[in-house]
Design a protein around this ligand. Structure first.
Ligand code: MRU
Length: 360
């Protein structure tokens, strides 16, 4: 997608052919800074401190992390160990590491390094195509609402950031929205701010602005009110891990939006590449690991001061403890459907099996 008229992916190989480049998402929307990753440790830290985030991009960065490790003589096993502990919920991390291990374990030396870069590049290229397909399938949902509506835009509510910078390109939840907008459909996006790290206010709103898509940022607790008053036609979110039964883990607060959607008869769809499905987990609510992050993210808010400097300010009473659960799990019964690269299916074991029979 474009930033100020220039096309970018969220991660790419440097012109020197070995370092990886990323957009530092901790600085957005205030500063657009590109960071060079040259070592395994830099890649791991970029994931941990969320310079890169979003399930598919975490996986792609891990793949480049392995290539960087091998290039500097760090053994594959050490790279695996370091990367696996960076963030626990997004399954794409493990999917990408497993894929790299299966391709690289039997190789050594220059062959292993060369192949590692090829694997990382393919993960990125495949993610772009996958997300484009998700957009095409999800577009039909927006088109149907647009043709049934007598007046006004199709109002779509989204939570967190599941746009192009959460993936390698196009995004998951935002991909159908970009396609609808590009087709001339009148769309408007309600952007949940997404405390504590404000991925909605900082990242989704920035992405949508760059593309010219009409949107409005709302506080996280606003969605229920909007839905009660007919101001949301459809919710579309992403997911960090989808269980085989259709339960979906996504940014904390997603579950409450799904409950409000159910109560108000608003369709609630989740968009995902199949790399986000954890076929081993049969009960997502019970078994998907939920990341617990530093309480500082809750007690403090980061932003830009009037003089332009980026800073964190304290919003909580000193000494009060805080709990920072980064994700929650929305049970499949609250999900109207899963939008995947192969089409839309029920959020259920049978639904997923109908699209991915080779996995069942
Ligand atoms: O903590 P984050 O910012 O990595 O969380 C990201 C999300 O929750 C996204 O919705 C999810 O990864 C899907 S991204 C296509």
């Amino acid at each position: 997608m474009e930033v100020n008229g220039t096309a970018y992916r969220s991660i790419w190989l440097s012109n020197d052919g070995w370092a990886a480049k990323i957009i530092d998402q901790t600085k957005l929307p205030h500063l657009f800074e590109i960071v060079r990753l040259e070592t395994l440790e830099q890649a791991a830290i970029a994931i941990e401190i969320m310079q890169v985030r979003g399930a598919p991009l975490i996986g792609a960065t891990a793949a480049y992390g392995i290539a960087l490790a091998l290039k500097s003589g760090v053994p594959l096993s050490q790279a695996e160990k370091r990367l696996r502990t960076t963030r626990p919920t997004a399954i794409n991390l493990h999917w990408a590491i497993d894929l790299a291990l299966s391709e690289l374990s039997s190789l050594s030396g220059e062959d292993q390094i060369t192949r590692a870069y090829q694997v990382a590049a393919k993960i990125c290229d495949d993610d772009v195509e996958t997300n484009r397909s998700i957009g095409e399938h999800g577009l039909s949902l927006i088109e149907d609402i647009a043709s049934a509506k007598k007046a006004g835009p199709v109002n779509i509510l989204t939570h967190c950031n599941a746009g192009w910078i959460a993936t390698v390109d196009y995004g998951t939840a935002l991909s159908p929205i970009y396609q609808a907008f590009d087709k001339g459909i009148d769309v408007h996006v309600w952007v949940d701010e997404t405390r504590p790290r404000n991925q909605g206010a900082a990242l989704t709103a920035w992405e949508l602005s760059q593309h010219g898509v009409p949107h409005t940022i709302v506080c996280d607790n606003t969605g229920g009110h909007l839905m009660q008053h007919g101001m949301v036609d459809i919710c579309i979110t992403g997911t960090d891990r989808t269980a085989a039964n259709g339960d979906v883990a996504n940014k904390i607060g997603t579950y409450l939006k799904a409950l409000a959607a159910k109560d108000n008869g608003v369709p609630f769809y989740v968009a995902l590449p199949s790399t986000t499905i954890d076929w081993m987990i049969k009960d997502g609510v019970r078994d998907i690991p939920i990341e617990l992050r530093d309480e500082h993210e809750v007690t403090h808010v980061e932003g830009r001061l009037a003089d332009g400097r980026l800073a964190a300010v304290q919003v909580a009473a000193s000494g009060s403890p805080a709990a920072n659960y980064a994700f929650d799990v929305t049970p499949a019964r609250l999900v109207s459907g899963l939008i995947t690269e192969r089409g839309i299916c029920d959020a259920s074991t049978d639904g997923l099996a109908s699209l991915f029979p080779e996995k069942s």
